[in-house]
Design a protein around this ligand. Structure first.
Ligand SMILES: NC(=O)C1=CN([C@@H]2O[C@H](COP(=O)(O)OP(=O)(O)OC[C@H]3O[C@@H](n4cnc5c(N)ncnc54)[C@H](O)[C@@H]3O)[C@@H](O)[C@H]2O)C=CC1
Ligand SMILES: O=C(O)[C@H]1O[C@H](OP(=O)(O)OP(=O)(O)OC[C@H]2O[C@@H](n3ccc(=O)[nH]c3=O)[C@H](O)[C@@H]2O)[C@H](O)[C@@H](O)[C@@H]1O
Length: 439
C-alpha cells in the first residue's frame, strides 16, 4: 500500500520504517527539515537498537522516503498515519495542537478518500473530532475514514516491540476499514484486537495507567519493606510468580519517568475529571511517583547533613537505559535539587550527554566516561541502570572515589557483592549496607 506517516519521532519513525520493511511504500513527513535531511541520508535521529539497519535497507530498496513537504507524501497516499506529539498542557490535559495541525495538513493535501490512522496517544473523543476537522476542510468533497491504532512500543526496544508486540489494537467505525487495517498489520504477527474507536483510545490510556500503577504499588511496598526490614526484590519475586500478578513492572526504584507515563496518567485524571469522575487511585499513583523521585535526597541528607561543596557523581541522565530520551527523567528532578543544595555535580551518561547539555545547561560537568565521573567524588547516585553501571566492577567505587558512598535508585547490585566490595550503599526497599553492616 502507499502510506504516509506524519511525524518522525520515536513512534512515527519506527512505524514508518516497520511498514516499509513489510513491503509497503512509505513516505515519512516531518516539519523539521534537519530530521528529514539526516534520515534521508540513513542517519537515525533517535537512538534505537536495530533501527539504523532497517532505515538504510528500506531507503535503498526505495520502499522508504522522507520529506518535509506534506504534499509530497500525502498526494497519493491510501493510508495516512498521524504520529505527532501530544505533550502535557500545564493543567495536565493532552495538548492536541500538533494533531490538529496534522489534520489540517492532511485536509489540504489528500487527493482521494484515504484512511487516517491516529497513532498518537489521544483522549477519548479525539478521533471523531479529527475526522470532522479533516472532512470539513478537504477539497472536492473528499471524505476520510478514521481509525484509532494506539502504539505500545517502549523506547530502547521499539523495533523489537513492533515486530514482536503483544497485540495490535484497531478501533474503527466500520468493518471494511477494520479489515483493510487488519490485513495491513497482519505481517507483524501479533494478535489483532478490533474494536470501536472510543474503546481503542481508552485501551491505550488504561494500559499506561495500569503499568504506572504497578510501579507505584511496588515502590510503596519497597518503602514499607525498608520500614519493616524486608527486601522488596524478594517480595517482588514471590509476588510475580503468581501468574495473575506477573513479574514485569515490579522493579522498585526511583520512580517512573519518560515521555508517556507521567503525561498519560495526568491526562487520564483530567479526562476522568471532565466526566465528573474523581480518579483517586490514579491520583495516588502520581503522588507516590513524585515522592519516590526525591526519596534518595532524604537518605543523602540524613547521611551527610549539608552537601555544600561536595562532589557528586550522578550516574545516568536518560529516563531508562538504551535511550537518549531525557523527557521526565528523574535526573532532571534530582540534579537541580542537588545544585540548589550546593553540590558540585558531574553527570555521567553513555549516550544522552549532548541532549542533556541543551536542556540542563553547562553549570554542571558532564562525561561519557564512568571512571571520570567517579574520580574524586564524595558520593554517587545511580539514576539509570545502564549496563555500564550495572555490570561495573564494584572495586572502582573504592579505588576512584574519595569515599565509596553510593545511593542506588535502581537497585543495581546484589547485597552480598556490595558487602564484599565494602561499599557504603543505600538502595530502595532493601536492608541498607550502612557502615556498621559492612564486614
Ligand atoms: N515515545 C514513545 O515511546 C511512545 C509515544 N507514544 C505516543 O505517540 C505520539 C508521538 O510520540 P513521539 O514519537 O515520542 O513524539 P516526538 O515528539 O518524538 O515526535 C513527534 C514528531 O512530529 C513532528 N511533527 C509535529 N507536527 C507535525 C506536522 N504537522 N507535520 C509533520 N510533522 C510534525 C515533530 O517535528 C516531531 O519530529 C505521542 O502521542 C505519544 O504519547 C505512544 C507510544 C510510545
Ligand atoms: O506510551 C508510551 O510511550 C510507552 O510507555 C511505556 O514505555 P517507555 O516509557 O518507553 O518505557 P518503560 O520501559 O515502560 O519504562 C517507563 C518508566 O518506568 C520505569 N520502570 C519500569 C518498570 C519497572 O518495573 N520499574 C520502573 O521503575 C522505567 O525506569 C522508566 O522510567 C510503556 O511500557 C509502553 O508500552 C508505551 O507504549
Amino acid at each position: 500500500m502507499k502510506i504516509a506517516v506524519i511525524g518522525t519521532g520515536y513512534v512515527g519513525l519506527v512505524t514508518g520504517v516497520a511498514l516499509s520493511e513489510i513491503g509497503n511504500r512509505v513516505t515519512c513527513i516531518d516539519v523539521d527539515p534537519s530530521k528529514v535531511e539526516k534520515l534521508s541520508n540513513g542517519i537515525p535521529t533517535i537512538y534505537e537498537p536495530g533501527l539504523e539497519e532497517l532505515i538504510r535497507k528500506n531507503l535503498e530498496s526505495g520502499n522508504l522516503s522522507f520529506t518535509a513537504k506534506h504534499q509530497e507524501g500525502l498526494s497519493d497516499a491510501e493510508v495516512v498515519y498521524i504520529a505527532v506529539g501530544t505533550p502535557q498542557r500545564p493543567d495536565g490535559a493532552a495538548n492536541l495542537d500538533y494533531v490538529e495541525q496534522a489534520a489540517r495538513d492532511i485536509a489540504a493535501n489528500i487527493t482521494r478518500n484515504v484512511i487516517v490512522v491516529i497513532k498518537s496517544t489521544v483522549p477519548v473523543g479525539t478521533n471523531f473530532h479529527i475526522k470532522d476537522l479533516i472532512n470539513k476542510n478537504t477539497k472536492n468533497g473528499i471524505q476520510i475514514k478514521i481509525a484509532s491504532n494506539p502504539e505500545f512500543l517502549r523506547e530502547g526496544s521499539a523495533v523489537k516491540d513492533t515486530f514482536h508486540g503483544d497485540r495490535i489494537v484497531i478501533g474503527t467505525e466500520d468493518e471494511q476499514t477494520a479489515d483493510i487495517l487488519a490485513e495491513l498489520n497482519q505481517p507483524f504477527g501479533a494478535p489483532i484486537v478490533t474494536t470501536d474507536i472510543s474503546s481503542a483510545e481508552m485501551i491505550k490510556y488504561s494500559s499506561n495507567a495500569f503499568l504506572a500503577t504497578k510501579i507505584s504499588f511496588i515502590n510503596e511496598i519497597a518503602n514499607l519493606c525498608e520500614a519493616m526490614g524486608a527486601n522488596v526484590e524478594e517480595v517482588a519475586k514471590g509476588m510475580g510468580l503468581d501468574h495473575r500478578i506477573g513479574p514485569d513492572f515490579l522493579k522498585a526504584g526511583i520512580g517512573y519517568g519518560g515521555s508517556c507515563f507521567p503525561k498519560d496518567t495526568n491526562a487520564l485524571v483530567q479526562l476522568a475529571g471532565n466526566a465528573n469522575h474523581d480518579f483517586n487511585l490514579l491520583k495516588s499513583v502520581i503522588e507516590v511517583n513524585n515522592h519516590q523521585q526525591v526519596l534518595l535526597l532524604n537518605k543523602i541528607e540524613s547521611r551527610f547533613g549539608s552537601i555544600q561543596g561536595k562532589r557528586v557523581a550522578v550516574l545516568g541522565l536518560a529516563f531508562k537505559p538504551n535511550t537518549d530520551d531525557l523527557r521526565e527523567s528523574p535526573a532532571f528532578v534530582m540534579i537541580p535539587k542537588l545544585c540548589a543544595m550546593g553540590a558540585d555535580v558531574i553527570a555521567y551518561d553513555p549516550i544522552a550527554v549532548s541532549n542533556a547539555k541543551r536542556q540542563l545547561g553547562t553549570d554542571i560537568d558532564y562525561t561519557e566516561d564512568l571512571h571520570e565521573a567517579l574520580n574524586n567524588a564524595d558520593f554517587a547516585i545511580i539514576i539509570t541502570d545502564w549496563p555500564s553501571v550495572k555490570n561495573a566492577d564494584l572495586a572502582i567505587f573504592n579505588t576512584l572515589m574519595k569515599e565509596p558512598v553510593v545511593f542506588d535508585g535502581r537497585n543495581c547490585y546484589a547485597l552480598d557483592k556490595v558487602k564484599q566490595a565494602t561499599l557504603e550503599y543505600y538502595s530502595i526497599g532493601r536492608p541498607d549496607q550502612a557502615p556498621e553492616l559492612i564486614g
